[in-house]
Design a protein around this ligand. Structure first.
Ligand SMILES: *Cc1c(COP(=O)(O)O)cnc(C)c1O
Length: 428
């Protein structure tokens, strides 16, 4: 007990001083202590975690997690399990099963592939950005045969190109189409309904697998209506939980495919999950306290109403884009059709460093912004405006960016915060 409270004590201290340059070092006792050369520094006010996930965890969720762990084979747990599994379906907008893994989103990516596919299967993917590239690399490592439709990292997936690739696949070698709904590296949201229509128009039997890790519970999404076969999601973005849970929503067609799929799977196997899930239980120890948090997060989402949650994200995204334009900076997403409502990636003028700007903002204003990934390294910074987030938090965030642009001497115009204020107050 002493051990864990010591660890927790430091974790809490670190959360109050996330940029105090704290260095942890392991001691022989296995405890972690702050090294004396770089002691924690108290930072008044709260840290602004404005990366596009993990997002700011609401107090209500933290309080729910902070309860004694219960017996995961006992009756109280069965009730919790049944309740969260049932209510989660509404978030995915599905009547089918949702599987919960104690894993980050990457685990649910793997689960989607290994449950539905066989060695050598061709999968059609769209390189919308960094996360699509990581999913493709995983597919390759698993022994699949991924083929990419390239993009310029400034647009969503091209539904017409997907349709054309399927129409050209006379031998029906493509077994699945994989699309990242909201590409977190670029701030481009793909139109899944259009992708579905393109697949149907080609009359192709491929499964549709969609990554909604940074869009679920932030951006309108409909698993059943859009005929998605596996939806992949994570806990730490729109769902407002800490990192640690991930999800697969599974269609009947995907379940049927899983009966014939031959990729090796054990831990990720849906069949092992779905049986005990029917009674609210899990085949192995679930992340019990995270499920307490999930239950609280679902309460919050349904109290606000899913439609209101989406409208709030749309509104904050529009206010953010108005600020970016007023600064005279460029939005990475080049086509309004694909604008993301959960994050905005902002391009820096030639010669300016996005990482230097982020470092200044972290040091001076105690705010974390997302970095540029892959080919966008140091070229963009990303503003996360998703999860537990209100108008004043958005204004604080944009204020930190505007001050940072001035402090880091990035060529820009002032007036971005004013443009957002005008929009949010309804005076624009
Ligand atoms: C965050 C993210 C991931 C990675 O999820 P992890 O939880 O880090 O494993 C994958 N895809 C998208 C679109 C993401 O935003």
């Amino acid at each position: 007990m002493q051990f864990s409270s010591a660890v927790l004590g430091f974790a809490r201290a670190a959360s109050f001083a996330p940029m105090g340059g704290v260095r942890f070092q392991a001691t022989r006792q296995g405890k972690r202590v702050a090294s004396s050369s770089n002691a924690p520094r108290y930072r008044p006010g709260r840290h602004f975690l404005q990366i596009p996930g993990p997002t700011n965890v609401p107090d209500r969720v933290l309080r729910a997690i902070d309860n004694p762990t219960i017996d995961h084979r006992g009756p109280e747990f069965g009730q919790l399990g049944r309740e969260v599994l049932a209510r989660l379906k509404e978030v995915f907008r599905t009547k089918g099963p949702v599987v919960i893994y104690p894993a980050s989103g990457t685990g649910a990516w793997e689960a989607a592939l290994v449950n539905t596919l066989s060695p050598g299967d061709r999968v059609l993917m769209c390189r919308t950005g960094w996360f699509a590239s990581l999913w493709q690399e995983m597919a390759e490592r698993l022994g699949l045969d991924p083929v990419f439709i390239e993009t310029d990292w400034r647009h969503g997936a091209d539904a017409a190109a997907i349709g054309a690739a399927l129409a050209a696949d006379g031998e029906r070698r493509i077994k699945a189409v994989c699309v990242v709904h909201n590409e977190t590296s670029t701030g481009c949201t793909s139109r899944i309904g259009e992708v579905r229509a393109a697949i149907d128009e080609a009359g192709h039997p491929a499964l549709l697998l969609v990554d909604t890790i940074s869009s679920l519970a932030s951006i309108d999404y409909r698993h059943d209506e859009w005929g998605v076969d596996v939806t992949v999601a994570g806990s730490q973005k729109g769902l407002m939980l800490p990192p640690g849970l991930s999800f697969n929503a599974v269609s009947e067609k995907a379940l049927a495919a899983s009966a014939a799929a031959r990729l090796p799977r054990s831990y990720w196997d849906w069949r092992a999950m779905l049986k005990p899930n029917a009674e609210g239980f899990f085949p192995f120890t679930p992340a019990t306290n995270m499920l307490f948090g999930l239950s609280a997060a679902l309460d919050m989402i349904f109290e606000e109403g899913l439609e209101s949650v989406f409208a709030r994200h749309d509104r904050h995204a529009e206010a953010t884009r108005r600020a970016v334009r007023a600064w005279g900076l460029e939005i990475q997403c080049a086509d309004p059709k694909y604008f993301s409502s959960s994050l905005t990636a902002v391009r820096l003028p030639e010669g300016a460093s996005a990482d230097a700007l982020r470092a200044v903002i972290l040091e001076r204003f105690n705010m974390s912004l997302g970095n540029g990934l892959g080919i966008l390294k140091d070229r963009v910074f990303r503003i996360g405006h998703l999860g537990n987030f209100g108008d004043l938090e958005l204004i604080g965030t944009l204020g930190g960016v505007e001050m940072g642009l001035a402090a880091a001497r990035v060529p820009h115009q002032s007036g971005g915060v004013q443009a957002a204020l005008d929009y949010l107050s309804g005076s624009a």
